[in-house]
Design a protein. Structure first.
Length: 304
């Protein structure tokens, strides 16, 4: 058995989130936007959920939206950070997504509010989430995708290479759509779907962006990160390069957040299932107005 991947220092992740939770004004703009989008997805489903778990407690918007839904009897918020868990003002627990303390089939809906991209064992976390769901329960989560903060990554790499004589890990290697879909299937979810959306936010400069990332609890927590403070000259060079490469006509710099939305259902007897091969009642060629040919036969015999 291979050793578990150790990309993130989870103690540092918790400390980063603790610090964000202790701020008078943590940066919750992204969490609030994701909360609205997850709530809209739930509105598209014609069913109620009575026992709900929210993973990731930065901001209270998601909890407030979900608690207002019809049929909710139990709503629990969980976060790696005890400080953020307390912010929920409802039953809450400080819990690691890699070691969830909940009983099997405890919930019929688990929502991920933008924290799963910072776990080391995402396959294991997804398996645990699936086990906490009742049959036909729903998992719906948002997490950062591979294009997130690609502008910052480039500016930091180029500035550090020039001023430090080498490059250290600065921005996490986030998941891609195809990988996330495969992990849902591997974890045993039925009807898995992953889609991607992009949120672009602008700042006055790269230093303001980095300050807000800290206020979101999203500062660098990579296990292989540089363990000494970055030289001021390197930071200034990265900020200047960021502006040079990406600033808009008004002099503001954009940052990309690719949001992957994961949807999966705990297997249940009432769920739709794919038809068996060869069981179709109508021919695809008829529906498309084409001509059916045996497999391997070219549509135009003269083309090879």
């Amino acid at each position: 058995m291979s050793e578990p991947v150790h990309v993130f220092d989870r103690r540092t992740v918790r400390r980063r989130r603790d610090r964000a939770g202790g701020l008078a004004e943590p940066a919750v703009f992204l969490a609030d936007e994701i909360a609205e989008r997850l709530s809209d997805r739930l509105d598209d489903l014609r069913r109620d959920f009575s026992r709900i778990l929210i993973l990731g407690a930065l901001g209270t918007r998601l909890g407030n939206l979900v608690s207002a839904r019809a049929g909710v009897n139990i709503l629990v918020s969980a976060d790696l950070s005890e400080v953020l868990a307390r912010h929920a003002r409802r039953p809450s627990v400080a819990a690691d997504e890699e070691a969830l303390p909940f009983a099997a089939e405890a919930f019929d809906l688990v929502l991920g509010g933008f924290s799963l991209h910072a776990v080391n064992d995402l396959p294991g976390a997804l398996v645990q989430i699936r086990r906490t769901l009742r049959p036909d329960g729903l998992f719906l989560a948002s997490m950062a995708g591979g294009q997130t903060l690609h502008e910052l990554r480039r500016a930091l790499i180029e500035a550090e290479a020039e001023h430090e004589g080498g490059v250290s890990p600065r921005v996490a290697p986030f998941a891609e759509v195809r990988d996330a879909g495969a992990l849902l299937q591997r974890a045993g979810f039925a009807l898995p779907v992953v889609d991607s959306d992009t949120i672009t936010v602008t700042w006055a400069n790269a230093l303001a962006l980095m300050a807000d990332l800290r206020a979101m609890g999203e500062a660098n927590a990579l296990a292989e990160r540089l363990r000494r403070p970055t030289r001021r000259a390197t930071v200034k060079a990265a900020s200047a390069l960021y502006h040079e490469l990406f600033a808009d006509a008004d002099g503001r710099v954009p940052a990309t957040f690719q949001i992957l939305t994961l949807t999966g259902w705990a297997p249940g007897p009432e769920q739709q299932k794919p038809l068996a091969p060869g069981s179709a009642a109508a021919r695809l060629a008829d529906a498309l107005g084409g001509t059916e040919r045996p497999a391997g036969e070219a549509a135009n015999p003269e083309r090879k």
